[in-house]
Design a protein around this ligand. Structure first.
Ligand SMILES: *[C@@H]1O[C@H](CO)[C@@H](O)[C@H](O)[C@H]1NC(C)=O
Length: 349
């Protein structure tokens, strides 16, 4: 009797926790198709990589702990793979979308990623992780919004915008790959794009009483290659149009891209010279120490975010290992994993 009761109780507990997990951690389903297309980000038309017809690709809007089920269909003439940059992939290096843990998706094939935005909040990016595809598009923004029950230390913003800023070549990704394969360095990029465009525009209402809790107030932000940040912008200035400026640092030629921030009650178009970036005083010929806590078991790719260097081999894999095999530490290889190389024809583990 006592034993039956205990079992019954445990079963109820188990059911209860399953339903809680379902209610809290939504499942979101996506189908993304990757194709070539044309765009003219710097003037002349050129081949780019589209996702669902878009360049840059669609924004992946998620909430903390969402389960993402994303079927990626490759219609390119080369194997393709996306990585989710900044998503921690807890216990789940199998979904990191890099060659060490995922086989690339062959042309006319697909792979369904399954991962969770576990305990995260913020803005991140996804991009192609193989060959030089990243230089042709296929990238986009990932937003992980806070769950409604989690308080954030500022008023709910009126809107939010993702700005994907990156350098751009008029040469195709295959042309760039040929340059690297022939032992030559990549040329200096021809421009900088914001959201795949020359001058995108963003509109917002003036905030007369705009205030928020913030530890730091910035006039400009240094964002290094491969990094992403989330910032609050308060529209408490005179109602005009303003430049949004992204410029390179530590380069002999400074490339600049501008966007426009438009106050909805503005009558004044943006004009005049673009403000200069911060002066060049600190990082070149310097060094940095990296402190990482290895708390996520799996096989992880450490790489240069300068993509030409990554392509040429400035990368390695770091295995975070625990001798005790347990689902508490690491999930199994997914049953739909694509097999490649020597694993072709092997049985799934
Ligand atoms: C490819 O897509 C189909 C659904 O169209 C899905 O059932 C299958 O699991 C996907 N393949 C992989 C390897 O994920």
């Amino acid at each position: 009797m006592g034993r039956a009761f205990l079992v019954y109780f445990l079963a109820i507990l188990a059911l209860w926790s399953v339903s809680v997990v379902k209610a809290e951690d939504a499942y979101k389903y996506y189908t993304w198709t990757v194709t070539y297309g044309t765009a003219a980000p710097l003037g002349p038309s050129q081949q780019v990589i589209l996702i669902n017809g878009q360049f840059p690709g669609p924004t992946l809007d998620t909430v903390t702990n969402d389960n993402i089920i994303l079927n990626l269909i490759n219609k390119l003439d080369q194997p393709f793979l996306l990585t989710w940059n900044g998503i921690k992939q807890r216990k789940n290096s199998w979904q990191d979308g890099v060659l060490g843990t995922n086989c690339p998706i062959p042309p006319n094939a697909n792979y369904t990623y399954k991962f969770q935005t576990k305990d995260q909040i913020g803005s991140y990016t996804y991009f192609p992780s193989t060959l030089m595809h990243r230089a042709a598009g296929g990238f986009g923004a990932i937003n992980v919004y806070a769950r409604s029950v989690i308080p954030v230390p500022y008023a709910k913003p009126d809107g939010d915008f993702s700005l994907l800023i990156g350098d751009w070549f008029k040469t195709s990704h295959k042309g760039l790959q040929q340059i690297l394969d022939s032992g030559k360095p990549l040329p200096f990029p021809e421009g900088i794009l914001i959201n795949g465009q020359g001058r995108p525009s963003f509109s917002g209402d003036q905030e007369v009483e705009g205030s928020h809790v913030l530890q730091n107030i910035y006039d400009s932000l240094d964002i290094h290659v491969g990094q992403s940040v989330t910032v609050l912008v308060t529209l408490n200035q005179a109602p005009k149009d303003y430049y949004i400026v992204a410029s390179t640092r530590f380069t002999q030629t400074v490339l600049t891209a501008t966007g426009v921030l438009h106050y909805t009650n503005s009558q004044v178009p943006v004009s005049g010279p673009v403000p200069a970036g911060p002066t060049n005083e600190v990082y070149p010929n310097s060094w940095t120490a990296i402190l990482v806590s290895l708390d996520n078991q799996g096989m992880w790719n450490m790489r240069s975010a300068m993509w030409g260097r990554q392509y040429l081999g400035q990368q390695f894999y770091l295995r975070v290992y625990n001798p005790t095999q347990s689902y508490a530490n690491e999930y199994d290889m997914p049953s739909n994993a694509l097999l490649c190389g020597k694993a072709v024809g092997e049985k799934h583990p």
